[in-house]
Design a protein around this ligand. Sequence first.
Ligand code: AHR
Length: 312
Amino acid sequence: TLLATAAILAVPAMAAAQTVGFAQIGSESGWRAAETTLTRQQAEERGIDLRFSDAQQRQENQIAAIRSFIAQGVDAILLAPVVATGWDSVLEEAKDAEIPVVLLDRRVDSSEDLYLTAVGSDLEHEGEVAGQWLVDEVAGEDCRVVELQGTTGSSPAILRKSGFEKAIEGHDNIEIVRSQTGDFTRSRGKQVMESFLQAENGGAEICALYAHNDDMAVGAIQAIKEAGLNPGEDILVVSIDAVPDIFKAMAEGDANATVELTPNMAGPAFDALAAYWKDGTQPAKFIQTESKLYTAADDPMAEYEARKDLGY
Ligand code: AHR
């Protein structure tokens, strides 16, 4: 028995897998689906036990998921916050339980000491990149723009709007004539674009569409075609995300430009968590991802091929 006990003690203890709860928004867009897929992949590669919750776009479901992760005693929580406000209490609960929270892709207006870090793009800059593309493209010609906003109250909807407005400021030839939420979905993008077309003389008065994500742009492209117009030509189309379908649309001449948002937010998030778990290393409060502009001149079919298997 003594020998057997010694043999057991000699076996190095296997490190227990870290458990991470992921409070995801839902699956409103192709981009969101890819983020979910890549988060699962990244967790698997690192031996992390990922517990996933789909909030179906509702903040109360996300709050309930976080509370459940706290009760389960997870080692960390990833949160992609559907809206920017209303997180203080639940983030304080996580802090009291000493569970680090990492924000993915969207921001909150809570105090920075309530989360470990935020991984995401400069959302306002994305809007500015899209706006600057339009400023250059129309080169002083008059341009009436319709805007499809993301989910009301979400940080990308707020900041992509203000960023675009900043870029067109001082260019009196460009005017946003209609702006409404399409909730980041393809179906709402189509529906709202139909109402814009109707209100703007069948689309004859519209020079460009700015959509806060590609999915809404893809829905709107369909509406423009059904109205008998050529998207990409009669109505310029600029949006954000760089999902495979927008590159297909670009290759077909139906879309003009997109600003890339990487769906791999989990990689940098898990890196930050690994360092934190190891020796308490505090990451920077904001880990910024790139915002690259792609246009039809960038070989859109190659970009499509490069992304089509990433779970979009
Ligand atoms: O928060 C990022 C945004 O959320 C993406 O641009 C959009 O597609 C998603 O739904």
